[in-house]
Design a protein around this ligand. Structure first.
Ligand code: WAQ
Ligand code: MG
Length: 257
């Protein structure tokens, strides 16, 4: 039995009452780690660079082993650029290479860049037209119920790659779950944490491309977009992203690299 532990924190009251999103986190851990993981999440919410939370929701739910699926970690590539303008150009190219149509790429960037503040979740957009497919407004679709299968192995692997921060660690797991969702073409993401400028484009076909700058240092505006195939069922994808418990596996050979 595993436990899904989810946290969302806001400032100025609960999200649903108009509070500003501060941070969120999701893990799938054994019973013996629930307290530790919950405590870490509370500490994070109270010491976040987006501001101090005054509303924190922590949800713990048991997950039957028979419900678990697995998905592989994506191969990781890094694109180093001098600034956010160059990074956005590189990300646009990577999205198009993954199969997102140019008009949808433009639409995606313009939607993220015109947000008044960061959302708590992601937008689902049609990868052909850029039309918004979910009806969650400023809340967005929150990917949840995922974690790495073998944490010690993952930690060793991350260390060897030189990935030493929590952002990349969490993003690799989230992007692997997203890439395994039905109908996904690609994902675009950059952080809403002011000090973290690295973002990524990920897709099941091409893997995870880190882009060293996708926003200027100091900006609290981040976000995520999931581009779907035009023929995909958005509610099926949203259900998988939000509800299906998934453990991410390190591919054979990767573990020893
Ligand atoms: N599900 C859906 N959307 C989410 C989730 C989630 N579980 N978590 C965050 N978001 C959305 C939300 O709109 C946030 O404002 C935005 O993404 C950014 O979230 O390889 O840290 O957690 O070094 O700030 C990329 C790592 C880090 C790149 C991204 O995102 C690398 C990051 P953050
Ligand atoms: Mg953040």
């Amino acid at each position: 039995m595993l436990y899904s532990v989810r946290m969302r924190a806001a400032q100025g009251g609960a999200h649903e009452l108009g509070g500003r999103h501060i941070s969120g986190a999701e893990r799938l851990v054994g019973f013996s780690r629930v307290a530790e993981v919950t405590n870490d999440m509370l500490i994070r919410a109270f010491s976040h660079t987006r501001g101090r939370a005054d509303f924190i929701n922590v949800k713990v739910e048991a997950i039957e082993n028979s419900c678990l699926q697995t998905a592989p970690l994506l191969p990781v590539h890094t694109i180093t650029v001098p600034d956010a303008a160059a990074g956005r150009e590189a990300a646009k190219k990577a999205l198009m290479a993954a199969g997102v149509m140019p008009v949808a790429v433009r639409e995606g960037f313009s939607r993220l860049l015109s947000l008044p503040d960061s959302m708590r979740g992601a937008m689902l957009l049609c990868g052909k037209t850029g039309q918004r497919l979910d009806d969650t407004g400023m809340r967005g679709i929150r990917v949840s119920r995922m974690d790495i299968e073998n944490e010690p192995l993952f930690s060793t692997w991350l260390e060897k790659q030189g990935f030493r921060n929590i952002h990349v660690r969490e993003a690799l797991v989230l992007a692997a779950k997203v890439a395994s969702a039905p109908g996904i073409i690609a994902e675009l993401c950059w952080s809403d944490d002011p000090e973290y400028t690295t973002g990524y484009v990920a897709s099941p076909e091409k893997g995870y491309f880190r882009v060293s700058h996708l926003k200027p240092l100091g900006s609290p505006l981040g976000g995520r977009i999931f581009f779907l195939r035009p023929e995909a069922d958005p509610s099926l994808a949203a259900d998988y992203l939000q509800n299906q418990p998934v453990l991410i596996t390190l591919p054979e050979g990767e573990a020893t690299k």
